[in-house]
Design a protein around this ligand. Structure first.
Ligand code: 48F
Length: 290
């Protein structure tokens, strides 16, 4: 235990503190090898990476919809990983509305969010206010506890396809490689279902639409429509319905669902994101069980 307080040369001369003099003056042998640090990191990473090569579900984007979808799938026992290009998950939640770190959750989603341990404060009838930092942190902790593996700093730049152009996995590279525009070939992970939870840009769906000749999405228009300007009530009213399989093996969740179908954006209102994530999880589970 004392190892935590001192290292070999740091014998305390601070005198008796709250913890008593003995502990502070104890000399501790704490061998520390940079090589073992490196080995621990590379071995742990490699084990997890290899275990992720064949997933049930690959979730692209670690915002509220992606983390929620991943959480519910992991709870059902599916092997699920989230790929997030930032160094942190949470997507657009951290900054709340215009950097005021608060988000609005509607009554309909309150139980779901509270089940992650998040405290919500009732505001007006039907509206609850959450602290965005608390919401991200607790949702993330709950997802990881449920068994979700999260890869940060990793961008999904393409998908794998198989017979009939069915989406069969994700093609990944380091975000740093992407930013530096280095010509480095990516790697790939197979997945029974891919969920595009990339937010406003609906990047995975756009990639499929761009790269598969004649690809028709399973939507009314058959193509990516793009999000409409803000209209929170309509946006939140349509988001769960918009959450669906848009191409064989590819689902959309969250703001990506609204962007693909052509519904409005909603600003710092997040209830629909969580409900959309939960619906994406149940659709993915249905596809996998089929
Ligand atoms: O944008 P984001 O939070 O998506 P969401 O779950 O939630 C939307 C809300 O945050 C907000 C809103 C609510 O009113 O409209 O915008 O739909 O999270 C999307 C995440 O996906 C990551 C991106 O960094 C962000 O954290 N992302 C986007 N493209 C890729 C990606 C990619 N190609 N590979 C990996 N991560």
């Amino acid at each position: 235990m004392a190892r935590l307080f001192c290292c070999r040369r740091a014998t305390a001369s601070r005198g008796a503190g709250r913890h008593g003099p003995e502990r502070l003056t104890m000399e501790v042998d704490m061998p520390l090898s940079e090589i073992e640090v490196t080995r621990g990191i590379v071995e742990g990473f490699t084990r997890d990476f290899l275990e992720s090569l064949e997933l049930d579900v690959a979730v692209v984007g670690g915002g509220p919809s992606g983390m929620t979808a991943a959480h519910f799938l992991a709870r059902e026992g599916f092997k699920v990983a989230v790929f997030e290009r930032d160094l942190h998950v949470g997507g657009g939640m951290w900054g709340g509305g215009m950097l005021f770190p608060r988000i609005i959750i509607q009554e309909e989603a309150a139980d779901l969010v509270r089940a992650f341990g998040v405290r919500l404060e009732p505001f007006r009838e039907g509206y609850l206010v959450g602290n965005s930092v608390e919401t991200v942190s607790k949702c993330t902790a709950a997802a990881i506890d449920a068994g979700v593996r999260v890869w940060v700093g990793v961008s999904v730049e393409d998908v794998m396809i198989r017979e009939d152009d069915r989406v069969a996995g994700v093609v990944i590279n380091w975000r740093a490689v992407e930013l530096a525009r280095l010509h480095v070939d990516p790697l790939a992970m197979a997945a029974g279902v891919v969920i595009d939870a990339t937010g406003h840009d609906c990047e995975v769906v756009r990639t499929v639409a761009r790269k598969i000749p004649g690809a028709r999405l399973l939507t009314d228009s058959g193509a990516v429509v793009g999000e409409k300007p803000m209209w929170a009530e309509v946006a939140e009213g349509e988001i769960v319905d918009n959450t669906r399989e848009v191409y064989p093996g590819l689902l959309v969740a969250g703001m990506a669902a609204n962007a693909v179908i052509g519904s409005p954006r909603m600003g710092a209102v997040f209830g629909g994101m969580f409900l959309s994530g939960r619906k994406a999880a149940s659709l993915a589970a249905e596809i996998l069980r089929r």
